[in-house]
Design a binder for this molecule. Structure first.
Ligand code: F6R
Length: 357
């Protein structure tokens, strides 16, 4: 079995992505201690707009989803240039760009400055850091050298801290402690040294095989489904589909009776204590897709708190995309098309592998 052959993995995984993934718990602990300079001193906002693209937006999705059920302050995740019209002076903008060179995020901060909306920046450097320094914006300085999508901990925890400093507590210390325990346990079971029969991520990657993955969450795990899709695309260079129940019942489900359904593999992202109406929809989806789909798998969130559950599912998806890359003999680290887009658009190209694994 290739996935259990650590040397074979090392030949494909030339940038040691497996080590970066295995170190996520440590990255999260380190990130939890990071603080903005100058410190954040803002009134509690009426609206939070979290700005970021790609890997730097994924943490924002996770926090917005955590907040949706419990907080009266809405958190919008904005992927794009500028800012939505709703972002006025009573809002808070949290601008995340791991490289600091992402044009959309820089443009959002420029609009925020023009509108006098308070901004917190989270970045390892680049134009965003320079802008923050010039305007004395609170900025969390991240250690450089990772691919943004693999800096999940560095992006999530400072944003969580920034929200708390602004009076918008998305997860309690207890929730965070639990999430760290959960990912630590996962790290011990999902890495290459754990053989396939005991390794959920390897088994899921093998179950998907050469088929096109369609990842479906529930109302809360739907954003994680999107993160699975983007990890599969960036790491394994494999097109994936993401959706959520119940919405997919109203449209996408039709695809699964079609001639191409055998080429698709559904992965359902589940959690204990789902509302009963969601649980019964998942049961129905399984029953209806089963006979025609290439395959249907389930992945269950770990932990009790919403934060731990979402983080655990994201982490599992990172490993699944890693093994999917290995099955395609693809180095998960480089993203040549994305790098080329940025180069052609004139970005300074800090999207580079770290100096040495
Ligand atoms: C690359 C990756 C991308 C970047 C995106 C934005 O590893 O994950 O999706 O996150 O191109 O760049 P940053 O995160 O530097 O703002």
């Amino acid at each position: 079995m290739m996935l259990d052959d650590v040397q074979a993995l090392a030949r494909v995984d030339q940038h040691d992505t497996r080590r970066v993934l295995a170190e996520l718990p440590r990255q999260c602990r380190q990130a939890r201690e990071l603080r903005a300079t100058p410190p954040i001193a803002v009134a509690r906002p009426r609206l939070v707009v979290m700005v970021g693209m790609g890997g730097s937006a994924a943490g924002a999705d996770l926090l917005a989803t955590c907040a949706a059920e419990t907080l009266e302050v809405p958190i919008l995740v904005h992927r794009g240039y500028g800012l939505p019209a709703a972002a006025g002076r009573e809002a808070l903008v949290i601008a995340s760009s791991y490289s600091g060179e992402t044009a959309e995020v820089v443009s959002a901060v420029e609009v925020a400055l023009a509108r006098r909306v308070p901004v917190v920046a989270i970045t390892s450097g680049g134009a965003l850091s320079a802008l923050a320094t010039r305007h004395q914006l609170p900025c969390v300085a991240l250690p450089p050298g990772l691919m943004p999508r693999m800096a999940l901990g560095l992006l999530v925890f400072p944003a969580l801290g920034a929200l708390a400093a602004a009076g918008v507590a998305v997860a309690s210390d207890r929730d965070v402690d639990e999430a760290l325990e959960v990912v630590t346990t996962q790290a011990a079971h999902l890495g290459p040294d754990t053989l396939t029969d005991k390794n959920e991520a390897k088994r899921l990657a093998l179950a998907i095989g050469q088929r096109l993955p369609a990842v479906y969450g529930g109302p809360l795990t739907g954003t994680v489904a999107y993160r699975w899709k983007t990890d599969l695309e960036e790491n394994a260079k494999l097109l994936a589909v993401a959706g959520a129940v119940p919405e997919m019942n109203h449209n996408e489900i039709e695809v699964w009776r079609g001639a191409g359904a055998r080429q698709l593999h559904a992965v359902l992202l589940r959690e204990d204590g789902e509302p009963s109406e969601i649980a019964s929809r998942f049961t129905l989806v399984r029953e209806m897709l089963g006979p025609t789909a290439g395959g249907v798998s389930e992945a269950w969130a770990r932990g009790r708190s919403r934060f731990a559950r979402l983080l655990s599912l994201v982490y599992l998806g990172q490993w699944v995309s890693y093994y999917a890359a290995m099955l395609r003999e693809t180095d998960p680290w480089p993203v040549p098309m994305l790098t080329e887009v940025k180069r052609r658009l004139g970005a300074p190209g800090r999207e580079q592998p770290r100096a040495s694994p």
